[in-house]
Design a protein around this ligand. Structure first.
Ligand SMILES: [Zn+2]
Length: 676
């Protein structure tokens, strides 16, 4: 078990290092796999542990309670010709993925924490999945349970509604992600062999001279790219590329809709439209295929789409997908706060995509977006105790938003399980004799460089609460190496590349970077300071990122944020929540630009958070219709931590003038719970 984990540790995210194949071409920059980075900090280590000990078992339990595991059992009974009582199809044709996703998350934890009980449980699930696979490889319980009466979204025959809503390929994409994770974590081929049988069936069915098909809900492209990296079998990469290239007008499925990003050829797309999760999974698949094939047309399209998102469609929390209608991107600058959709899965997809663009371009502007999403609009999707979830992540609430233990459409909890388990994989990346330090978290990493050398990196920091980071560099022997230290956009007066957001005023405190106690100039290249020298054991890099409380302003074209400011400190975006403020109200507050704001760490609050404090003005209508103004104490908490207490008002974009403020109505509106 330990030996397997150690082998897997060498290559979890990058299977080519482990197994049969070494692709000729891949991302120019390679991430250091999460199995090589051991996080021991105050912020991420407890979250990763909660994910392992609480959320993953909880999600498996929900998969069982809600019949998602039973669907595989019933499909197997149907295949064996056994009588069984309930022939109803699954609630949704994508329910199979909720099992696959949690297997993926569990596999990631198994690579780091051997757990025979969990491994045996996963083995049992895989046996059930195997029994539900049809003889030619087809795997889709929504049809197999009762082929004459499948789920209405599934269509009367295989694939006929794939471009619309059957999710047959979506299910397989998640299967591939899980299968590769499980194989690399345990060395067992059980789930991988199931996956390869389905992929071989796809290869027999689709491609040039065969049927042309593209997935209604993307992810199979990313999954096939992973199967290619593991097996070296060119057919899987070719099929991923084929399904991207036939998407849109001119295919057998005809011109699709913007909802599924099939309104035009993928290489012609320049604007992020439609269902945000589908979009980011497609962009991630395009990046993978571009890296593996060298197709520049994909990269050009992705660059334009990214400019559109970062410049016009990204929430300050890093959330994407503004509208509930179609779970979709809105128009340019359409970023409403109360109705912001910002599905948790879209935040996960946004991070997958931005990380891949970094691996293509080695530019920190992608990590700026990734970090913003990670610390704010992604982890807001799971409660601090790991058992309740947000599907949408709005930026303002009257108290109507409440976390839920599960959903009918349960995509988000499973995505949380797999993402949280792999967070340490986003800290470092490397190429040849260059190392990128992208994220700051207390950790020890054993990094194997492309050039065959190893470097042990130790980070000591209380990030995101404090901006000082001490890094100890321990190469196996003195070695020339360029260590590229990321200076986050928030420390360079640029929240996100482009003009969507800006800070009010400049931060006067400079970033300080030292090597062995000696300051080095902050000379930036793509957001990094490159420290090129011969490194020896015990060399110390010290980074000091000043963390004043900053006010953020949005581009004036964002109507929802006009006359308002958001608050940030370091990578954290703040929200005022009712429970921390007088009278249990925050939507009637105004925060004058002149009001001083301070930061204070509260170890007992919300598992330990730094709050922002100051004085705000509360506005209220009196009986005569006049607006009364009362100065009062103001407290804001990290946005990700909201809705962990009783439901009530919350606001991220706070009015900074009376004109944009909303006085509380008279008589004073009752809050859902009395202020404490
Ligand atoms: Zn979701």
């Amino acid at each position: 078990m330990k030996a397997i984990a150690a082998i897997a540790a060498a290559a979890l995210l990058w299977p080519c290092q482990l197994s049969w194949a070494q692709p000729q071409r891949d991302y120019p920059v390679k991430p250091v796999p999460f199995t090589a980075v051991h996080v021991n900090d105050v912020f991420w280590a407890p979250r990763i542990e909660t994910n392992r000990k609480v959320t993953i078992p909880f999600a498996f339990q929900k998969d069982e309670e809600t019949g998602r595991v039973d669907n595989f059992i019933r499909a197997a009974q149907a295949l064996r010709g056994e009588p069984f009582a309930n022939h109803k199809p699954p609630g949704y044709p994508f329910d199979d993925t909720d099992v696959y996703k949690v297997i993926e998350g569990a596999s990631y934890t198994l690579s780091v924490y051997p757990d025979p009980k969990l491994e045996a449980y996963v083995d049992g699930l895989i046996a059930r999945i195997a029994a539900a696979q049809e003889p030619d490889g087809y795997l889709y319980t929504a049809r197999t349970i009762d082929p004459l009466h499948p789920h209405p979204w599934s269509g009367p025959q295989r694939w006929v509604l794939e471009g619309v809503n059957s999710h047959e390929l979506y299910d397989l994409g998640h299967l591939y992600e899980a299968a590769v994770a499980h194989y690399q974590a345990t060395g067992k081929r059980t789930l991988l062999d199931i996956a390869l049988r389905t992929a071989d069936m796809l290869d027999r069915t689709f491609g040039p001279g065969k049927q042309a098909i593209w997935p209604g809900h993307q992810i199979v492209e990313m999954g096939l790219a992973k199967l290619y990296r593991v097996t070296g079998d060119q057919r899987y990469l070719d099929l991923a590329k084929f399904m991207l290239d036939v998407r849109g007008p001119g295919s057998e499925q005809g011109a699709g809709a913007a909802y599924t990003q099939s309104h035009m050829k993928v290489v012609d797309q320049t604007e992020a439209v439609g269902h945000a999760v589908r979009a980011t999974y497609m962009y991630s698949g395009m990046a993978d295929v571009a890296a593996l094939t060298g197709d520049v047309a994909y990269v050009n399209a992705l660059d334009k789409i990214w400019e559109n998102v970062a410049g016009k469609k990204l929430y300050i929390t890093g959330g994407i997908g503004a509208t509930a209608k179609g779970e979709a991107f809105g128009d340019n600058y359409e970023l409403p706060n109360m109705t912001a959709y910002n599905e948790t899965c879209a935040a996960v997809g946004n991070d997958y995509w931005n990380h891949r663009l970094f691996l293509l371009h080695a530019d920190a502007k992608y990590i700026d977006v990734m970090e913003r999403t990670l610390y704010n609009g992604l982890i807001s999707g799971v409660s601090l105790d790991g058992t309740t979830f947000f599907y949408p992540n709005p930026l303002e609430s009257t108290g109507q938003h409440k976390r839920s233990p599960w959903f009918g459409v349960a995509c988000c909890p499973g995505n949380i399980t797999r993402f949280m388990a792999s967070v340490p994989g986003y800290v470092y990346a490397q190429r040849g004799d260059a190392l990128w330090v992208n994220l700051y978290m207390g950790s020890t990493a054993d990094i194997k460089l492309d050039n065959g050398r190893t470097v042990n990196m130790v980070q000591e920091t209380r990030y995101p609460w404090e901006g000082t980071v001490k890094m100890t560099v321990n190469p196996d022997r003195a070695t020339p190496l360029a260590i590229n230290v990321r200076i986050p956009g928030w420390a360079r007066n640029q929240p996100v590349a482009g003009d969507l957001y800006r800070y009010a005023g400049k931060s006067s405190s400079p970033v300080v970077l030292k090597v062995n106690g000696k300051a080095v100039p902050i000379k930036l290249d793509k957001g990094y300071v490159s420290l090129s020298r011969t490194w020896k054991r015990g060399d110390i890099i010290e980074l000091a990122l000043p963390m004043p409380v900053r006010r953020v302003l949005a581009n004036d074209q964002v109507a929802a944020d006009r006359g308002r400011v958001a608050l940030e400190r370091g990578p954290i975006v703040y929200a005022a929540e009712w429970v921390d403020n007088p009278k249990g109200q925050v939507r009637n507050l105004m925060l004058p630009d002149s009001a001083p704001l301070t930061a204070e760490f509260k170890p007992a609050l919300l598992h330990g958070v730094t709050v922002v404090k100051g004085k705000a003005v509360a506005l209220a209508n009196d009986a005569q219709g006049h607006v009364s103004k009362t100065e009062q104490e103001f407290t804001a908490i990290p946005y990700y931590a909201w809705a962990n207490r009783e439901p009530g008002q919350m606001i991220v974009w706070i009015p900074n003038s009376e004109a944009s403020a909303s006085p509380a109505p008279f008589p004073a509106a009752a809050t859902s719970v009395e202020a404490k």
